[in-house]
Write a protein that binds this ligand. Structure first.
Ligand code: 5GP
Length: 133
């Protein structure tokens, strides 16, 4: 079971942003920017690790779910737009990064990540959650 499946199952805590029957969104624990969110599909074991191995419908529906979350992030976080990235170099469970951007260099996976107090993470997650339509 991946760490993301454990998060979805509630076995590991997270700052949840949105959930439906098939997808789950939560704040990245080491955000590149305030509001950096991960969108993951709820997958049976063994979890798929590579986004382009998903079937067409799951991939399309995941992107539509990510869109809803991204629109909410854009409402709550001061940014020009929400960038989208797929890496999967660390956690072997398909996921999309949604990263609030003010400039191109805000999307840089090599730069030092933020470490925000848990109260701030909780409050960001709840504001985004309340903005999801
Ligand atoms: P990637 O697999 O796309 O290269 O990176 C995985 C991302 O997941 C990283 O940005 C990392 O900070 C995040 N991450 C790893 N473990 C956890 C975790 O236990 N909780 C949360 N919320 N994020 C995690």
């Amino acid at each position: 079971m991946t760490i993301f499946s454990k998060i979805i199952a509630g076995e590991i805590p997270c700052y949840k942003v949105a959930e439906d029957e098939r997808f789950f969104a939560f704040l990245d624990i080491n955000p590149m920017a305030k509001g950096h969110t991960l969108v993951v599909p709820k997958l049976a074991e063994p979890e798929e690790d590579y986004i382009f191995n998903l079937d067409d419908k799951t991939l399309a529906d995941m992107m539509v779910f990510a869109k809803k979350v991204a629109l909410a992030i854009r409402q709550v976080i001061d940014c020009k737009r929400v960038g989208v990235a797929v890496l999967g170099m660390e956690v072997p469970h398909v996921h999309i990064h949604l990263v609030p951007l003010c400039r191109e260099s805000d999307m840089d996976f090599r730069k030092e990540k933020l470490s925000l107090p848990s109260e701030e993470m909780a409050s960001i997650a709840s504001e985004i959650a309340n903005a999801v339509k």
